[in-house]
Design a protein around this ligand. Structure first.
Ligand SMILES: [Zn+2]
Ligand SMILES: [Zn+2]
Length: 133
């Protein structure tokens, strides 16, 4: 649409959509000048773009302000936050499951751990019996 994306390192690189710089591979950033400047266009003639309100030189209609939507940028930030949330959720999940183990009837986690402990006890008992003989 009316968006302009440019590489911070290479201002000559310009694109009308998000992407990577073909020179350095950096993510393109939206041109701040284009975002800050409000532009007016004719609903019938999109090629007519003016920096201030006025009439279309072709049909004489009043120019309408072009919508510079920021939603794409906001969504990107939300996506990053959502991703961060899930990463931290995934990292804390094992801890959560372990903590929940105490609350689960039958305590499946403790039945695993003492099994290893019992083995050690059995071996110790065997050794003790051996020494006693
Ligand atoms: Zn670049
Ligand atoms: Zn027009």
């Amino acid at each position: 649409m009316s968006e302009r994306w440019t590489c911070p390192m290479h201002p000559e690189v310009q694109s009308d959509h998000a992407g990577d710089c073909p020179i350095c591979g950096m993510a393109l950033e939206r041109d701040p000048v284009t975002v800050a400047t409000r532009q007016y266009t004719c609903p019938m003639h999109p090629e007519i773009v003016r920096a201030e309100p006025g009439d279309c030189p072709i049909c004489g209609m009043a120019l309408e302000p072009m919508v510079m939507s920021d939603t794409e940028e906001d969504t990107g930030e939300l996506d990053a936050m959502t991703r961060r949330f899930w990463v931290s959720a995934a990292l804390s999940l094992p801890l959560f499951v372990y903590a929940m183990g105490d609350l689960i009837p039958g305590r499946p986690f403790e039945s695993i751990l003492p099994a290893a402990g019992n083995q050690a006890v059995t071996r110790a008992g065997f050794k003790g019996r051996h020494a006693h003989r």
